[in-house]
Ligand binder design. Sequence first.
Ligand SMILES: [Zn+2]
Length: 55
Amino acid sequence: MNVLKKMIANTCPDCNQALLCDHDAISYTKACPQGHYKEETYPILGVKIVFDAIK
Ligand SMILES: [Zn+2]
């Protein structure tokens, strides 16, 4: 359960700041304001893309 909790956390795994959430017609985006982390979810495709430790 801890792993699941971590996967859906809304804070940056690097700096622990709250992620900025955004969405458009086909996707949801959560991103660290410092650019450490970003994830995009496409519900209609069942796809989640995670960009970890982007510089
Ligand atoms: Zn961060």
